[in-house]
Design a protein around this ligand. Structure first.
Ligand code: VGL
Ligand code: ZN
Length: 334
C-alpha cells in the first residue's frame, strides 16, 4: 500500500530529460528543438550531477536557480569605439580592405539606444597618447625585436611587427584616436544615453588595448567588470567598430570571464571581410550569440529568451568553462 503513495520526493525523482525539454520549449518558445537539442542535452547534463538521468534535490535547485536567473538577470549594451577616426578620419574603415562605412552603425545603434530597455549602456573610446606603440608614425621611437619578420626599413601601415621592449606583436595602425582630438570624439550623430558611462582605453603608451574589459587606463583594468557587477548584469550585447579588432577582443574576453555575450551583427563594421567572418565563427565557437537589432529589442523589451545566452549562463553557473581554457581563447585573440 505504502508504495502507491505519491510523495513530494517522487515528483523530484521524475524530473527527467523529457520534462526538462518540455519546460525549455516553453521558456525559449521553441517549436522545433531538433537543431538545438544538443544544447538542451548539455544543459541538462550540467545540472544532472550524479548522471542518473533525473534532476533531484540539489540538481533541481540548480535548474530552478537557472530559470530564475535567465528571467531576471540584467542586460547591458556596450558600444565600442564609434569614433571619428574610424569613420571619417585617419583609420577610416572606408579606406581599409573591407571598404565598410563605419557611419552605417550609427543609425542602428541609435535605434537600440532609444528603443531598448537596457539596464546599463556603456560607450568605449580608443584614447591614445601621441607616442602610442600602435602608431606607424611612431615606429622610429622603439626598437624592433630580431624575431620581427618585417624590418623597420620595410614596414608599412597595417604590417605586423614585433617590438623588443616590451616584447610585443603589434599591428602598425595609422595614427588614430589621439586623446582630446577630433578623431577621438564619438561621432556627432551618435546618441548618448542618459546615465550611460564612457570608458577610455589604450592610454598606456607601451600597451595596445583592443578589449574594453582589460585595459590599463590608469584607473585599473576592472572598470567595465565593476560596472556590470554593480548593475547585476550577466548578459552583454556588444556592437560598434571595428568588428574584427576591438569588438572581437571585447566579446572573447567577456566570454572568458563568464558573461553571456551577444554580438549585434548589423551594428558592427570591420576592417576586413575574412577577419569579420572569422570573428563571428570564433565568438560562436566560444559560446557567444550572433544576433541582430530586432532580436535584441525582443529580448530586452519583450522578454524573449535566447537559448545560446541561457546555455552560457548555465555553464558559468556551474563554472565548467569560465577561465577553464583561457589559453585557447587568448591564443585566438590577435
Ligand atoms: C581599433 C585598431 C586600432 C578598434 C582600435 O577600435 O577596433 N582598431 N585601435
Ligand atoms: Zn587604437
Amino acid at each position: 500500500m505504502d508504495s502507491l503513495r505519491y510523495t513530494k520526493s517522487d515528483e523530484g525523482a521524475n524530473f527527467t530529460y523529457e520534462k526538462f525539454c518540455a519546460t525549455c520549449k516553453l521558456l525559449f518558445n521553441m517549436n522545433n528543438i531538433e537543431k538545438d537539442e544538443w544544447r538542451l542535452r548539455e544543459i541538462f547534463d550540467l545540472f544532472d550531477l550524479d548522471k542518473d538521468g533525473v534532476l533531484k534535490e540539489r540538481e533541481l535547485k540548480m535548474f530552478s536557480d537557472w530559470t530564475q536567473k535567465i528571467k531576471k538577470s540584467k542586460y547591458a549594451l556596450v558600444i565600442v569605439d564609434v569614433q571619428n577616426d574610424f569613420i571619417d578620419g585617419s583609420l577610416s574603415l572606408r579606406t581599409c580592405e573591407g571598404k565598410q562605412d563605419g557611419v552605417d552603425v550609427v543609425g542602428p545603434i541609435n535605434h537600440l539606444v532609444q528603443n531598448g530597455c537596457f539596464d546599463k549602456i556603456i560607450y568605449s573610446l580608443d584614447w591614445h597618447p601621441e607616442d602610442h606603440i600602435s602608431f606607424y608614425e611612431n615606429l622610429h621611437l622603439r626598437e624592433l625585436h630580431p624575431d620581427s619578420k618585417v624590418k623597420k626599413k620595410d614596414a608599412k601601415p597595417f604590417d605586423t611587427v614585433i617590438f623588443a621592449d616590451p616584447y610585443l606583436e603589434q599591428i602598425l595602425w595609422p595614427k588614430h584616436c589621439v586623446m582630446n582630438t577630433w578623431g577621438a570624439k564619438l561621432h556627432e550623430d551618435l546618441v548618448i544615453a542618459p546615465d550611460s558611462v564612457q570608458i577610455r582605453k589604450g592610454q598606456n603608451p607601451n600597451m595596445e588595448a583592443y578589449s574594453v574589459f582589460f585595459d590599463n587606463n590608469f584607473k585599473g583594468s576592472m572598470e567595465l567588470q565593476e560596472i556590470l557587477k554593480k548593475h547585476g548584469v550577466d548578459r552583454v550585447f556588444v556592437c560598434g567598430l571595428a568588428y574584427d579588432i576591438c569588438v572581437k577582443s571585447t566579446c572573447l574576453d567577456g566570454l572568458r570571464l563568464g558573461y553571456a555575450i551577444a554580438i549585434v551583427d548589423d551594428c558592427c563594421r570591420g576592417v576586413t571581410a575574412p577577419d569579420t567572418e572569422a570573428t563571428k565563427k570564433l565568438i560562436y565557437e566560444n559560446g557567444g550569440l550572433i544576433t541582430n537589432s530586432n532580436d535584441v529589442l525582443a529580448m530586452v523589451n519583450e522578454g524573449k529568451q535566447s537559448l545560446v545566452l541561457a546555455h552560457k549562463i548555465a555553464k558559468s553557473m556551474t563554472s565548467i568553462d569560465t577561465c577553464e581554457k583561457p589559453e585557447n581563447i587568448l591564443n585566438n585573440i590577435s
